[in-house]
Design a protein around this ligand. Sequence first.
Ligand SMILES: [Zn+2]
Length: 283
Amino acid sequence: MPTLHMLGTGTPSPVRERWGTAFAIEFPDEVVMIDCGPAATWKLTQAGLRPIDVGWLLVTHLHSDHFVDYPCLVLTRWDHCVGGEMPLVVMGPAPIREVTGKLFGPEGAFIDDLRARCEHIASKRVHLSRGGTLPRPGLEVRAQDVSPGAVIEGEGWSARCAEVDHMQPYMTTLAWRIEWPGGSVVFSSDTRPCDALVELAEGADLLVANCPLRQGDLHEDLATCIFGTLDAAQVARDAAVERMILTHLTGNIVRECDEALAEIAAVFPGEVLIAEELMRVEL
Ligand SMILES: [Zn+2]
């Protein structure tokens, strides 16, 4: 049975209690991350996982609170490779491939870091001490732009995605559904209610719903791009999911969680959880 690690359950605003969005699913043979918000790589280690364990990163969209730790994940993962590891596979909406080139390519932002770690005698010593050999292999990351509807096959799991309504036309946002024999989980990403999400989530065992606000706190401008509690409840009900976890949470919704759960229960009859930082969920 896979385990879901809720690595970051907050919003773009830095607070002590919650960090930006990131999740990891621990399968028997590999770890799949979904989004890579602030400090996701360090949070991964707090969850008992290592960057090198991560084989796949599925990205929902390029808002910084979902993506800003991407260079950290890629660079620390590569730094701990000693040879024979598979490159990290990254799937997300365009222009993720172009962004990856701008970060790690020959003219990329991190080229000096990569050169120094490959060429400086001290870095070579560290690499040898970890079991690596010289010359040190360069960084390879397989980043690919995916279109809505794309299907991905992993070791014992598969994933597909749909475009949801969040920040068009400035960026594309994908919700992801991950399935394995006997189970399924859907990550809504940031979105307002939309048919594509209901269709993607249909009959899923678990919906991880990004729901920053109670419905009464949702200004009409915000309602164009994110969920309120009743929006999440209606999507969960319409998709007939088994249970739902609310994440991407503000302090308000946490402080008023009894009221939030009560208003959701009036619409969606399934189990509803409020995400906690580093919460583990057996899938
Ligand atoms: Zn967003």
